[in-house]
Ligand binder design. Structure first.
Ligand SMILES: Nc1nc2c(c(=O)[nH]1)N[C@H]1C(S)=C(S)[C@@H](COP(=O)(O)O)O[C@H]1N2
Ligand SMILES: [Mo]
Length: 156
């Protein structure tokens, strides 16, 4: 990924690491330089009721692929062993599976949004968007870390 940095990550940057060939610190500006998608999502929060937001940003899978996860990309079964852990600045954490965002499997068009309701997220950091979710808890704001790991440690 072209914005790899050797300095410490600053506000708004995301660390991509784990079992990847090209770990990186990625800025919102870099995410904006990738092919963009747009979507409006509606969900129901148990505490704040019905919500609706408009997001713009790259597909999460494109961002992760740029970090080169340590699987054989041509081997479907190899990809299916990988999980994606996403961390927000406030400590909110969610785990996804590679299979749910892989176009050959669940094909969920998860975004790492750089804009929300016409607001740029450069300072606060990108927003995970999980289209189709009925509840809001996986729409993580202020994402700071994403780790990609295989299932190996579950089987020792
Ligand atoms: N970082 C972070 N993102 C989060 C949460 C959180 O606690 N921390 N809560 C989630 C929940 S439960 C909901 S319903 C939505 C609400 O988003 P909104 O208030 O912007 O519509 O944010 C989600 N994103
Ligand atoms: Mo919520």
């Amino acid at each position: 990924m072209h914005s790899m940095s050797t300095d410490l990550p600053t506000n708004g940057q995301v660390t991509l690491s784990g079992q990847v060939r090209a770990p990186a610190w990625v800025s919102v500006a870099t995410l904006r330089s990738m092919p963009q998608r747009e979507m409006t999502v509606s969900f129901e929060c148990r505490s704040s009721g019905p919500r609706r937001h408009h997001f713009t940003g790259p597909l999460l899978i494109d961002v992760l692929q740029a970090a080169e996860p340590l699987f054989d990309p041509a081997e479907r079964k190899d990809r299916l062993r990988f999980v994606i852990a996403v961390l927000g600045r406030d400590g909110h954490r969610v785990v996804l599976s590679w299979g749910e965002i892989d176009p050959e499997f669940g094909n969920t068009a998860a975004l790492l949004a750089v804009g929300m309701d016409c607001r740029d997220l450069d300072e606060e950091g990108p927003h995970l968007v999980m289209p189709g979710d009925r509840c809001g808890a996986r729409h993580i704001s202020r994402v700071t870390d994403i780790r990609v790991c295989a299932d190996d440690r579950l089987w020792v």
